[in-house]
Design a protein around this ligand. Structure first.
Ligand code: MSP
Length: 518
């Protein structure tokens, strides 16, 4: 393909039955870091998020609020857009499934499936959970104390009997298993790949893809008594946003297949089984990868409305600061695992990693330059072995980070950066530039230059994770905006001695161990 490398990344589109919570913020944050990383690394990126506005669940929530579904979804969808601004998400598009472009794409998807004999009319008789918007087999359900059937997610399932179109999912077992075998990284982490493969190996049943018992959805072409199953509607958003059904020029040709659909572990099956099957059945390519991340608990407890312990991401940002929250969520647990959000853990990370390690490093180096070098970036003399070792470690960062980021190992990427932060702090202690001021000012200037150059690497590479804090660090190093891409990390673009630097100020405040945050 001509031109720059492309990268297409998507979040799930969020149900508008509720206000955004930490789960939504987490999934989109992970995508935002990947999108920013790839842009800085020279890719043309398309980063998509949005809202999933059809289906019985949304219809019920609108009725409960005494509103028309469209007015209700307009109101709630806006909250998701607002969250994106508060969290500084850099999405290039925000799709709503009630938009006209999406109806067009879904109806065309349906037509293609129909034309290829992948859809037939029958009757659905079985269990359905409105909360999950998912069909369940009898064997997947348990009985609650009152005899009600409960899905593995904890949601109630009800018996449904109605005319329905079916998608021939059963025919796609072998092609799906082949796709997993040929592309071992198309579902990550590996444990999730095992889960998906064993589900598909167990046999697939045809899937009900239309409903007749409610109205809030996209009508089936040629049979408007039926509306499309909300997951077929929702999943298609990923190609709507590329201009599908137009596949020849423009977005689709440039960006499909998606490089990554980021999802939570609860919606893996829809993305790693149904969606590739729909696409292959319509004669389209499946996505390159689905990554399923874990779930957060709140102070050790499962997060749920009934427990009243939902975490509002905006409140979290108000308490701790945006970049601190972004850092914590991606550093605290190996990405893919579940994690616990506790005040103790947040304060520990922020004071330890940010204020003490990184904040101190930047602050003490920059204030020594300010005081001892007339606020001008000093010129280095000949380099010692220790200088070369630290600079070598800094120069090695970008490749190491690419490797970690390409498998969505955010925690690993941050740990790699912090190894250099710690090495740089050790170097400061050992070189003691404050003592060199009198004994050997030339050597002091070399040491401070080596440190400034190390901090430049750290701050450039931290931009995807903590955009504002990294920008402030780079401002304090006097680095122009046009010099902050990963292609500028080489020695040819090293900091220019003689550059006047602004007065340094701390970027990462300490939090008190008790009470509210900064
Ligand atoms: N509308 C569907 C997705 C359709 S995509 C074609 C949907 N929407 S959702 O609003 O329920 O999505 C919620 C997202 O938040 C999911 O990715 C889910 O995994 C994530 N989380 C919900 N609770 C969570 C935690 N407690 N922790 C982390 N993420 C969690 O599903």
């Amino acid at each position: 393909m001509a031109g720059p490398k492309r990268y297409y990344i998507t979040t799930p589109i969020y149900y508008v039955n509720d206000a955004p919570h930490i789960g939504h913020a987490y999934t989109t944050l992970a995508c935002d870091v990947l999108a920013r990383f790839k842009r800085l690394d020279g890719y043309r990126v398309k980063f998509l998020t949005g809202t999933d506005e059809h289906g019985q669940k949304v219809e019920k929530s609108a009725a409960a609020a005494g509103m028309e579904p469209q007015a209700f979804t307009d109101m709630v969808s806006k909250n998701f857009n607002d969250l994106a601004r508060v969290m500084e998400f850099s999405n290039d598009d925000f799709i709503r499934t009630t938009e006209h472009r999406h109806t067009v794409a879904c109806q065309e998807m349906w037509r293609r499936l129909k034309e290829r004999d992948q859809i037939y009319l029958g009757t659905y008789a079985g269990w359905y959970s409105v909360r999950d918007e998912a069909f369940y087999g009898e064997d997947e359900l348990t009985k609650g104390p009152d005899g009600k059937r409960i899905a593995p997610s904890g949601a109630e399932a009800e018996w449904v009997e109605e005319p329905s179109y079916f998608f021939r999912l059963s025919a796609w077992q072998e092609p799906l298993l082949k796709m997993y075998a040929d592309n071992p990284d198309c579902v990550l982490p590996a444990s999730r790949m095992n889960e998906v493969t064993s589900f598909v190996s167990g046999g697939l049943q045809d899937l009900s893809v239309s409903r007749t018992s409610f109205k809030w959805g996209i009508p089936v072409p040629g049979d408007p008594d039926h509306i499309m199953y909300v997951w077929l509607d929702a999943l298609t958003n990923y190609i709507t946003a590329l201009g599908f059904p137009e596949t020849e020029g423009g977005g689709y040709a440039d960006f499909w297949p998606a490089d990554l659909h980021m999802v939570g572990k609860d919606i893996l099956r829809f993305h790693a089984v149904y969606w590739p099957a729909f696409l292959m059945a319509a004669g389209l390519e499946p996505p390159k990868r689905v990554f399923a991340h874990g779930w957060w608990t709140n102070e050790g407890q499962k997060i749920s409305k009934s427990l009243g312990n939902i975490i509002d991401p905006i409140e979290l940002v108000n308490s701790y600061g945006l970049d601190a929250v972004r850092y914590f969520l991606l550093r605290e647990v190996p990405f893919g695992n579940d994690g616990d959000l506790s005040r103790r853990a947040i304060v520990g990370r922020l004071n330890g990693d940010l204020a003490n390690d990184l904040g101190n490093l930047a602050q003490r180096v920059l204030s020594m330059v300010n005081r001892n070098c007339d606020a001008v970036l000093p010129a280095p003399g000949p380099l010692s072995e220790e200088d070369e070792a630290l600079l070598g470690a800094a120069h090695g960062l970008v490749d190491a980070l690419r490797t970690a980021i390409d498998v969505q190992a955010f925690h690993e990427a941050l740990e790699i950066l912090w190894r250099v932060v710690r090495a740089a702090n050790g170097y400061v202690d050992h070189q003691a530039p404050w003592a060199l001021k009198k004994s050997d000012p030339d050597r002091m200037r070399t040491v401070l230059y080596v440190l400034a150059e190390t901090i430049r690497h750290l701050a450039v590479l931290l931009q995807p994770f903590m955009p504002s804090s990294a920008a402030r660090m780079l401002d304090q190093l006097g680095l122009e905006d046009g010099m902050r891409a990963f292609t500028n990390l080489g020695p040819a673009d090293a900091l220019v001695s003689g550059t006047a630097l602004p007065k340094p100020e701390g970027v990462f405040p300490r939090l008190s161990e008790e009470g509210e945050g900064a």
